[in-house]
Design a protein around this ligand. Sequence first.
Ligand code: SAM
Length: 329
Amino acid sequence: MAPNVDPYNRKITYLRVSVIDRCNLRCIYCQPVKDLKLLDHADILSYEEILKVIQVATDLGIRKVRLTGGEPLLRRNLLHLVESVCRIPQIEDVSITTNAVLLEEMARPLFEAGIRRINVSLDTLNPLKYAKMTGRECFDAVMRGLQTAEAVGFSPIKVNVVAIRGLNDDELARFADLSVQKSYHIRFIEYMPIGRDSAWAPEKYISSDEIRSKLEALGPLLQVQRSFHDGPAERYRFESAKGEIGFITPLSHHFCPSCNRLRLTADGRLRPCLLADEEVDIKTPLRNGCNQEDLKRVFQEAIARKPKQHHAEILERGECIRPMSTIGG
Ligand code: SAM
């Protein structure tokens, strides 16, 4: 069996790397409101350590890397890491997920360092609601960041929207209109029960099917052909739209059978499944001076531990106690 195939015959080709646990926003659905414990700096993997893990991962067949966090743009000298990852010949795709608060100044350097694809998290187009949902008045900075990313040439620019009943479900038409006016891919993500203290509750959850039927009332949604870079999003567009609409359905139609991902947390743990807390420690072997072959074995152990599927359900919190901001979405 190939070294990157798990017990359920899934080929693991995608590593999401959380470079930091800190964030400059306090999104109500992401970070616990109280008692957020931040990592000691010494516990966060250094760039050298992250690159060692990525090198091992590429030797085993990883071809795609996404940098995330916390907020990745907060990590000092991030461009050094980006350039180094983009230079690894076997890596075919490097992307980043950001809240875009610092994107206005970082878009061009990120592009020059080699990144072409960017995901921006933006759950509302209303500045007041933005402040309520994120705890910070950064809406204008985010819009400037998006505009700069567009001007610099990022393509596609994906806008991640976590749909929450009673909070932003009155803005579907505005997001639909944004996909018509701009080339952005607006992707509605189902609200997931992540983190013991999260504000998630079944009544706040909205299924992608419900969102889609509300959007279809605005006009026909045409299906878009999937491409190599596509993750689990189902892609659509409105007639004559510059951009697209996507649906990511981790709860209503989970995509576990085609999951090709592993996550590396900022504190050096390989996480086989976003929605299950079982993790494999790779920091200790890294810091104990293990060689490449030993690290490969640790990585393969994480691949071998990928569960067949997650157990989070629409009416259940499931098994994910760790807050999202410390895992890396
Ligand atoms: N700070 C960066 C950002 O905001 O894009 C990257 C980290 S953030 C944890 C990554 C993604 O996870 C964001 O798009 C965020 O909306 C999403 N996310 C966080 N908590 C979530 C939840 N409970 N359900 C669904 N998506 C969530």
